[in-house]
Design a protein around this ligand. Structure first.
Ligand code: FRU
Length: 510
C-alpha cells in the first residue's frame, strides 16, 4: 500500500476520509453485534480506544479526545491509523462523537499521533501532543507537537515541532505532554526514560506556549528515582495547596497486594512546582489511584467552577479483552471529581451523573447467617448506593451481576472481622487478564461504618468506597443471565440500607 507520503509501508497511515465507507460500516456492524456494549461509558465505535487526551473546557463545552486505532481488528485489509478521536459534551456525561480530531498526517507523526493535552487560551484551544515516527529500521524519533483548535473545531497544526527528537540523558521513550499555565508562562510535564532505563517526568516550559519550548529539568523526587522503567502520561496539578504528580509507571514488581496489574497508575503528593522549584520532596508513597483491575493513562482538567476532574482508560496495554472478538476494545472511566483530604486523593463520580438515574428504589435489609439471602433484580446499567453500620464482626458478601443459580457473579467481600474488603472477578463471566490474578484487596482497616457506591455498566464495575477514599474499576463480561444482586451474611448480623437506580445514558440520549 502506498500512503500519501509516497512511502510503501503497510504500517503507514491512511487518511480517515480515504478509508472506504464499506470498511467503516463493516467495522461498526461488527461492534454493534457485541452483547457487551456499555450504557453509560464512552467506547470507540470500532477498534481500539486507549488514553484520554486533550481533556478541557473550551468555548462553553467539555472536550475530550481519546487515542483511537479504529481498524486494529479489521483483517482484510488491515488499515493502519492511530490518532485522536474527538468528543464534546455539555455535562461530562453524554458525549457526542465528532470523529477524528488529530490525524497523523504530517511527517512528524507518521506512526501515530500519540497522547497529549489541551489548554484553553480563550479564542482557541492549544493542543500539545507527541508525534511518533519510525524509520525503516524501526528506530523511533518522537516529536512534541503543537496545534490549535478554533471555535468551529478546526484544528491547525504548527509547522515546526516544539521539541524534536530525544534529549541528552534520555531515550526515545519521550512522550505525553500535559500542559498548564501560570503567571510564569506555560509548563508541561512529559513522560521520559533515562538512558539507565529508569522512568522520569520532565518539566517543559515556554513563555508564550507557542515558541521556545525547552526542558527545565526533571520533576525531582526524593525516593522515586528508581521506580519502574518508563513513566507514561504524567499529569501535574495542585489541590489544597499541594503539588500532585499523577503518572503511569511501567516495570514495577508486585509487592504483596500492591502493583498487581501489568502496569500502574498512581500519584505522589509533595511541594508545588514552579519555574525554579522542580522538586516535589514527596511526602507520600506512590499511592495507587485505583485498586481495580483496569485503569491506566489518566488525565485531569480543571473546570471553570474549580472542580478538578479525572478521566482515564478503563483498560491496560497488552491485556486481551473479550470484546476484541467484535472488533473493538477499551472504554473510558466515568469522569471523577478529585479532592485532596487527609493526605490523599478522594474520588467521586461527577455529580452530573445523578440526572441520568431513574426508577430509584430504597433498600433496607437485615442479614444474618440464618436469614435468607436478599436478591434484587437490577438489569444492566445500574447504580447502588449502600451504607452499613455493624457492631459485631462478620462477613458480608455482595454478588453483583449474578445468575439465578449463583454460579457466576462478581463478588465483593466485606470482612469486618479482619477489617478487609475484597473484589473478586474469578466468576464474573468471560475471563480477562487472569495472569494477573482475580482478586484485589481494596481496603484494610476499620469497617464499623461502610459507605459504598457501585456503578454497574454492561461490562464494567466502578466501586467507590468510603466516599471515594478507595476506588476500584474493572471490566467484567457477564452473560445475559447475570442480572441480579445477592446479599448474604456469612457471619455476623448486618444492616444494609441505601438506594438503587437505573442508569442508562445512551437510552436517555437516544
Ligand atoms: C499509554 C501510551 C502513551 C502513548 C499512547 C499511544 O497507553 O502508550 O504513552 O502516547 O499510549 O497510544
Amino acid at each position: 500500500m502506498i500512503n500519501q507520503l509516497g512511502v510503501t509501508d503497510e504500517h503507514y497511515y491512511t487518511k480517515y476520509a480515504e478509508i472506504p465507507e464499506k470498511i467503516k460500516k463493516e467495522a461498526l456492524a461488527r461492534a454493534d453485534k457485541s452483547p457487551f456494549r456499555q450504557l453509560f461509558h464512552t467506547e470507540a465505535p470500532s477498534g481500539y480506544l486507549n488514553d484520554p487526551n486533550g481533556f478541557s473546557y473550551f468555548d462553553g463545552k467539555y472536550h475530550l479526545f481519546y487515542q483511537w486505532t479504529p481498524f486494529k481488528y479489521q483483517e482484510n485489509p488491515k488499515l493502519w491509523y492511530q490518532a485522536w478521536h474527538h468528543l464534546v459534551s455539555e455535562d461530562l456525561v453524554a458525549w457526542e462523537s465528532l470523529g477524528p480530531g488529530i490525524e497523523p498526517d504530517t511527517l512528524f507523526e507518521t506512526h501515530g499521533a500519540y497522547s497529549g493535552s489541551a489548554w484553553d487560551n480563550g479564542d482557541e484551544l492549544l493542543l500539545f501532543y507527541t508525534g511518533n515516527t519510525r524509520n525503516e529500521d524501526w528506530q523511533r524519533t518522537p516529536y512534541q507537537l503543537l496545534a490549535t483548535m478554533d471555535r468551529d473545531g478546526v484544528i491547525k497544526k504548527a509547522e515546526t515541532p516544539a521539541i524534536t527528537g530525544t534529549i541528552p540523558g534520555y531515550t526515545d521513550h519521550f512522550r505525553d505532554p500535559k500542559i498548564w499555565k501560570t503567571a510564569e508562562g506555560y509548563f508541561a510535564v512529559i513522560g521520559a526514560q533515562r538512558t539507565d532505563l529508569t522512568g522520569a517526568a520532565l518539566v517543559l516550559h515556554s513563555e508564550n506556549g507557542t515558541t521556545d519550548w525547552r526542558v527545565l529539568g526533571e520533576v525531582g523526587t526524593d525516593r522515586h528515582q528508581d521506580f519502574g522503567y518508563m513513566w507514561e502520561c504524567p499529569d501535574y496539578f495542585e489541590l489544597d495547596g499541594m503539588g500532585i504528580l499523577l503518572f503511569s509507571p511501567q516495570g514495577l514488581a508486585p509487592e504483596q497486594n500492591r502493583f498487581e496489574n501489568i502496569y500502574q497508575t498512581g500519584y505522589l503528593v509533595g511541594d508545588r512546582l514552579d519555574k525554579t522549584h522542580l522538586s516535589l520532596h514527596e511526602q507520600s508513597e506512590f499511592i495507587e489511584l485505583d485498586r481495580g483491575f483496569d485503569i491506566y493513562a489518566t488525565q485531569t482538567t480543571a473546570l471553570p467552577d474549580g472542580r478538578r476532574i479525572l478521566s482515564g482508560w478503563m483498560g491496560l496495554p497488552e491485556i486481551a479483552y473479550p470484546t476484541e472478538a467484535y472488533g473493538y476494545c477499551g472504554c473510558l472511566l466515568l469522569p471523577r471529581e478529585l479532592r485532596f483530604e487527609d493526605g490523599r486523593l478522594k474520588q467521586r463520580p461527577i455529580r452530573e451523573l445523578a440526572a441520568y438515574e431513574t426508577e430509584e428504589k430504597a433498600l433496607s435489609v437485615r442479614l444474618d447467617p440464618d436469614a435468607n439471602t436478599h436478591q434484587i433484580a437490577i438489569g444492566f446499567g445500574h447504580v447502588l448506593k449502600l451504607h452499613s453500620k455493624n457492631t459485631a464482626a462478620g462477613q458480608l458478601v455482595l454478588e453483583l451481576y449474578s445468575n439465578e443459580e449463583r454460579t457466576r457473579y462478581t463478588r465483593v467481600l466485606l470482612d469486618s472481622a479482619k477489617g478487609e474488603i475484597w473484589l473478586d472477578r474469578e466468576k464474573s463471566g468471560l475471563p480477562v487478564g487472569e495472569a494477573y490474578g482475580t482478586k484485589r484487596l481494596l481496603w484494610e482497616g476499620d469497617l464499623s461504618e461502610i459507605e459504598l457506591a457501585l456503578y454497574l455498566d454492561r461490562s464494567s464495575i466502578e466501586l467507590f468506597l468510603q466516599d471515594g477514599l478507595v476506588v476500584a474499576s474493572s471490566r467484567i463480561f457477564p452473560d445475559e443471565s447475570q442480572q441480579s444482586v445477592y446479599f448474604e451474611s456469612l457471619s455476623g448480623e448486618w444492616a444494609v440500607a441505601g438506594t438503587h437506580a437505573k442508569l442508562d445514558v445512551q437510552a436517555k440520549k437516544g
